[in-house]
Structures are given as structure tokens and as C-alpha cells.
Write a protein that binds this ligand. Structure first.
Ligand code: FA5
Ligand code: MG
Length: 416
């Protein structure tokens, strides 16, 4: 790993990020490419498509929830530090040790204590502790993932929390209680409710949550939007759902949500409220809404892209007109994996992305072969190169591809 990092132009001693030094350890896997995204803040850039969608979502919440004086209930938090502790990103949300989302192969760790937040939910606990009952958290999140037109190592999320008291939930002189000494056997549809919640409270919350999010979907995609709720599991909510919308002949998951685990509220010092929460992906919404074909475009400084949004307001209807598509160029690379077993495809994706940057449109694993004689495994990946703004020459592509070939040995792999 030390050698990998020196190849990625990082010092082998401390990792310095935003003027702070973090000791390197066996968890460190953040790349210079990813560090370079810090502070870009494209979601805060006026008229950027992510900013326009963000504004629409925020306006929906401002309008949907107002106090007696007509002021918005939700506050917006969009300058939260993207570097968080393991305790913020996982422990505070009851994500157990050993849960797959904690894997090194899925997150960008600075070291074993700090990482680039993998979801905006990482800030939920601190904002609840500060006494807020309704809030939105908006920002960039980082995940190691596959490489194609809908996946990028950085994307953006809006997360929300709403906490509700007994008096708010049931009318004043009602004797119903949202808490009970219950069991887990009551079903709220296909899923169990939490033992401490009464079924009627959970149902009212589910109603408000789904109604709010469905109204948002209708506002963005029209009143005839085709949608469905899918049961799912998150360690921090129960029951939990995903909202999918039908777009371009496929179902797209746009958000996850649910009834907050009461233990999270108890740990944050809130004993007399229950709550719902959700997290949605801004790129997914913007790609559907404006028909943006490739997630790399959001990071483009090209005026051919940005000018199409330049004098628009968030309420305008906008359809992105693709700038002419330049030809793709595909190259394969095959190598033997290390005998140590310490290898994940995401290691290769990061290494390639760090060298080829946004010129890489997609990487596919096209062959996975184990030699029965010596047990050695080889992977073959097909890398698709394409520039968003010009035609790449063979010379340019070969240079990058050769460079990638020359560093795979840094992961303990051997080119075939
Ligand atoms: C989460 O991140 C949860 N923290 C959401 C949540 C919050 C649930 C609060 C309950 C309560 P998930 O990994 O599914 O869940 O991501 C949420 C949304 O982010 C997805 O629905 C999708 O819209 C978007 N998203 C996830 N991964 C990617 C990706 N690689 N690229 C683009 N968007 C993504
Ligand atoms: Mg999901």
C-alpha cells in the first residue's frame, strides 16, 4: 500500500488534507484524485444543474412545512465538513462492526478513524443533539464504486430529519400514545415496526413521509409520474423504504427513507419524540429531470454544458441538448491478482481513475478466470476512453493505457 500511495503522488508519511495532517495507517486508501474534489462545491455554484435541483427540493420543503406564522420549519445545512469520523458515519447510526458498508473496498478512508463521508446521514446525530427538529443536510458524498455513466466517486445527497412529539402527532385531548411497551410482531405492511412504537404513530409518520416525498416526485416529474415504494433495510431506520420512479423504460431508485431507530434519538438525548428521515441522490434527479446522459458532465467546466443552465431558474423547464458525442476508444488490460487475496476491483478502478481521470467513461470486468493448476486468478477489464469535449487521438489514449499497465504491479498484480 505504501508503494501504491507513492505512485498516487501522496507522501508516505502523513496525509495532509485541508491543512490538517492525518497519520497514515492500514486503512488509508484515499487518492489524490478524490482529495482534489474537496472544496469544488459544484452544488453551491449558482445555476449549476445540481444547484437548480437542490433549490427545487428545498423550496418544496419550505412550502410544505410552515409554522403558525407561515415561516419554514426546516433549516438547511449545506456547509458541513465532508471529512467525518468513523463514529459519525457509522457508529452513531447503529451500523454494526463488520457491516459491508464499512469495508475499505467501499469507502475512502483517510485512516482508521476518519473518512470522506459516505452519506449525508453522517451528520444526523450532531444536528439532533444541537436541538433541531426539522432539518435538511446537503453536500458531497464519496464512495468507491464501479465506473460507468451513472457512477462517479463523488455524488451529492440531500438528507432530511423530522422529529414529532405526541401532541403534534395526535390531537391535544387524544389519549393515544406514540410509545408502548410493545413487541416486534405488529406489521406495518410487510415489515415489523419497532417494539417501542405504537402502530398508529408509525402509520401516521409513514403517511406524512410518503405523502411529502410523493408530492416532491410529482412536482419534479409531473402528476402522472410512475412510481413505487420498495421495502428495504437500513440499520438506522425501521421500517424502511426506497422510492423508485419509472424513467426511460427503467425503474430508478431515487431515495431511501424510514422511521428513525428510537435508540438513535435516545442516544442524542431526545426521549419524547419520534421521527422520520430520508436521503436522496441529486445526480439521479438531475439526470432524469434534465436528460443529462453522463454523470461526468456535472464536473465539466465546458461552456457547452454550463451555458445551457446559465440563465435558468430552478422553476424553468430545461432539457439538456447533448454536445456532439465524440468517439469511444476501448482497450483491454489483463493481469494476475495477488496471491494474498487482498484485492478488490475497486482498487483497480481507483488506480485507473487516478491516472485517466474523466477520460475514462467506463470500466467493465469482462473476464474472471482461475487457473485450476495453480489457483491463480486473472481479471480482464475493458476500459472505454472518451473525452467529453473533443476526439481523443490514439496516441493520447495509448499513453494513458500504458501508464495504467505500468502501475498495476503496485497493487501486487502482474500484467499478462
Ligand atoms: C443512503 O445513503 C442512506 N443514508 C439514505 C437514508 C437516509 C435512508 C436516512 C434512511 C434514512 P443509499 O446508499 O441507498 O442510502 O443512497 C441514497 C440515494 O443516493 C440513492 O437512492 C441514490 O439516489 C443516491 N445514490 C446512491 N449511490 C449512488 C451513486 N453511486 N451514484 C449516484 N447516486 C447514488
Ligand atoms: Mg440504496
Amino acid at each position: 500500500n505504501k508503494r501504491l500511495f507513492s505512485k498516487l503522488n501522496l507522501k508516505t508519511s502523513d496525509i495532509e488534507i485541508l491543512n490538517k495532517a492525518y497519520p497514515r495507517d492500514e486503512f488509508s486508501n484515499v487518492t489524490t484524485k478524490v482529495v482534489g474534489f474537496l472544496g469544488r462545491n459544484i452544488y453551491l455554484q449558482p445555476h449549476h444543474p445540481l444547484n437548480l435541483v437542490k433549490q427545487r427540493v428545498v423550496n418544496h420543503f419550505y412550502k410544505s412545512f410552515v409554522n403558525r406564522r407561515g415561516n419554514p420549519l426546516f433549516s438547511v445545512h449545506e456547509q458541513l465538513q465532508p471529512i467525518v469520523s468513523v463514529s459519525q458515519n457509522f457508529d452513531s447510526l447503529l451500523i454494526p462492526e463488520g457491516h459491508p458498508s464499512r469495508n475499505k473496498s467501499d469507502c475512502y478512508y483517510i485512516n482508521k478513524h476518519h473518512l470522506f463521508r459516505a452519506h449525508m446521514t453522517a451528520h444526523q446525530n450532531e444536528l439532533i443533539k444541537s436541538g433541531l427538529n426539522e432539518f435538511l443536510m446537503i453536500g458531497d458524498v464519496y464512495r468507491r464504486d464501479e465506473i460507468d455513466r451513472t457512477h462517479y466517486p463523488v455524488f451529492h445527497q440531500i438528507d432530511a430529519v423530522r422529529l414529532i412529539s405526541n401532541a403534534q402527532l395526535f390531537s391535544e385531548n387524544n389519549s393515544l400514545n406514540m410509545f408502548e411497551e410493545g413487541n416486534n410482531t405488529a406489521f406495518t405492511g410487510n415489515q415489523e415496526k419497532q417494539a417501542c412504537h405504537s402502530l398508529e404513530a408509525v402509520k401516521l409518520l409513514e403517511y406524512e413521509l410518503k405523502e411529502t416525498l410523493f408530492q416532491l416526485a410529482k412536482e419534479l416529474f409531473g402528476k402522472d409520474v410512475k412510481y413505487r415504494w420498495v421495502d428495504t433495510v437500513f440499520p438506522f431506520t425501521q421500517p424502511s423504504w426506497e422510492l423508485e420512479i419509472f424513467h426511460n423504460d427503467e425503474w430508478i431508485e431515487v431515495l431511501g427513507c424510514g422511521i428513525m431507530q428510537q435508540a438513535i434519538l435516545n442516544n442524542a438525548g431526545v426521549k419524547d419524540k419520534i421521527g422520520w428521515a430520508f436521503g436522496l441522490g441529486l445526480e439521479r434527479l438531475a439526470m432524469c429531470l434534465y436528460k443529462i446522459p453522463d454523470i461526468r458532465l456535472f464536473w465539466s467546466n465546458d461552456t457547452g454544458f454550463l451555458n445551457q443552465f446559465k440563465d435558468k431558474e430552478c422553476t424553468d423547464e430545461i432539457t439538456y441538448v447533448p454536445i456532439s458525442q465524440f468517439p469511444q476508444c476501448k482497450h483491454d488490460i489483463s493481469f494476475w491478482l495477488p496471491d494474498t487475496g487482498e484485492y478488490s476491483s475497486n482498487d483497480f478502478y481507483d488506480l485507473a481513475r487516478n491516472i485517466g481521470g474523466d477520460l475514462i467513461e467506463q470500466i467493465e470486468l469482462i473476464d474472471n478466470f482461475t487457473n485450476p493448476k495453480n489457483g491463480k486468478t486473472s481479471h480482464c477489464y475493458r476500459i472505454t476512453y472518451r473525452h467529453m469535449e473533443k476526439t481523443l487521438t490514439h496516441k493520447e489514449v495509448n499513453k494513458i493505457h500504458k501508464k495504467i499497465e505500468s502501475v498495476v504491479n503496485e497493487m501486487g498484480c502482474t500484467v499478462r
